[in-house]
Design a protein around this ligand. Structure first.
Ligand SMILES: Nc1ncnc2c1ncn2[C@@H]1O[C@H](COP(=O)(O)OP(=O)(O)OP(=O)(O)O)[C@@H](O)[C@H]1O
Ligand SMILES: [Mg+2]
Length: 282
């Protein structure tokens, strides 16, 4: 997985231009590559006396993968939920190609697989495109089947959610988001509730999406995956970005801040050779 992804990095932005051609062509003042820009984002929950996100600024260029790391409670889920339009914001702005991000352009998959229990796999996937995009059942079904094929679940189209493994449900949840043609996909610890054997099948799907040039923000505690899939990495702590790197490999091998070094060490302890690497470079 790691090797394929790293070889693929230089050629990733293949069909990104088709995706963004309109806005990119019509306004050359904006960041040429297009993509998501978060500027000075402040989020404070009602009845709380301090902001959970305190002036977050970051860019996710079109076709790139941003991995967000950070300890529990640092604001990672809140950041994704705010980008997805599920939370109000108290300051700053979130732009896509220089314009306010439309939440319909955002797809999100959560840790808890939230498929509708009373709909089949296919029923779950075609519901939103039919309701929201007014697509015909035939048309939505044809695309749903192509997506299921991609994630290796075409033969489970008539299954009910309770008949699927957690990894299969997450792959269906990914299809359900993709059929809405999001311009950016957000993944919040999508493998955290899975048995270890199912983690890989879900991560492989995400890596494939990255290789195809889908713009993504990913929160994960799977460090080997983060290292393999990330174009950019940020470390959140206490609602602030403490380190930001557009060279994911350098972040893992030469973290610039003491906080990042400490954070990586908590994982490195579980993986002896990483601890060794960090110590060697210290
Ligand atoms: N709905 C809410 N109302 C009030 N406070 C909240 C709410 N949701 C989250 N918080 C607080 O915001 C902070 C950030 O929470 P968040 O869930 O974004 O962290 P996280 O980085 O995703 O953590 P984890 O790794 O445990 O998932 C925490 O202090 C949390 O208690
Ligand atoms: Mg979270």
């Amino acid at each position: 997985m790691t090797d394929q992804r790293q070889e693929a990095v230089p050629v990733v932005p293949v069909d990104v231009d088709a995706h963004n051609s309109n806005s990119a062509a019509s306004d050359t003042r904006i960041n040429q590559a297009g993509g998501l820009q978060i500027q000075g984002l402040v989020k404070q929950y009602p009845h709380s006396d301090h902001p959970v996100l305190n002036g977050i600024s970051l860019d996710v260029p079109a076709g790139k993968v941003m991995v967000i790391l950070g300890p529990s409670g640092s604001g990672k889920s809140t950041l994704l939920r705010t980008v997805a339009g599920l939370e109000s914001m108290q300051g700053g702005q979130i732009l896509m190609d220089g314009k306010p991000l439309d939440r319909h352009d955002v797809g999100m998959v959560f840790q808890s697989y939230d498929l509708f229990p009373n709909k089949t796999v296919l029923g779950n996937i075609i519901m939103a495109p039919m309701l929201v995009h007014k697509r015909s059942k035939e048309d939505a079904t044809a695309e749903a089947m192509r997506l299921l094929e991609r994630v290796g679940l075409a033969d489970r189209k008539d299954a009910w959610p309770h008949e699927l493994s957690g990894g299969q449900r997450q792959r269906v949840a990914i299809c359900r988001a993709l059929i809405m043609h999001p311009r950016i996909m957000l993944f919040d610890e999508v493998t955290a509730a899975l048995d270890p054997e199912m983690v890989r099948e879900v991560l492989d799907v995400i890596v494939e999406l990255a290789d195809q040039g889908l713009t993504m923000m990913i929160v994960t505690h799977e460090m080997a995956f983060a290292r393999a899939v990330a174009d950019r990495i940020v470390l959140l702590d206490g609602g602030k970005l403490v380190e930001q790197s557009d060279d994911a490999e350098a972040f893992f091998t030469h973290p610039q801040t003491e906080r990042a070094r400490q954070f990586l060490h908590t994982f490195a302890f579980e993986r002896g050779h990483h601890a060794q690497n960090l110590d060697d470079q210290a």
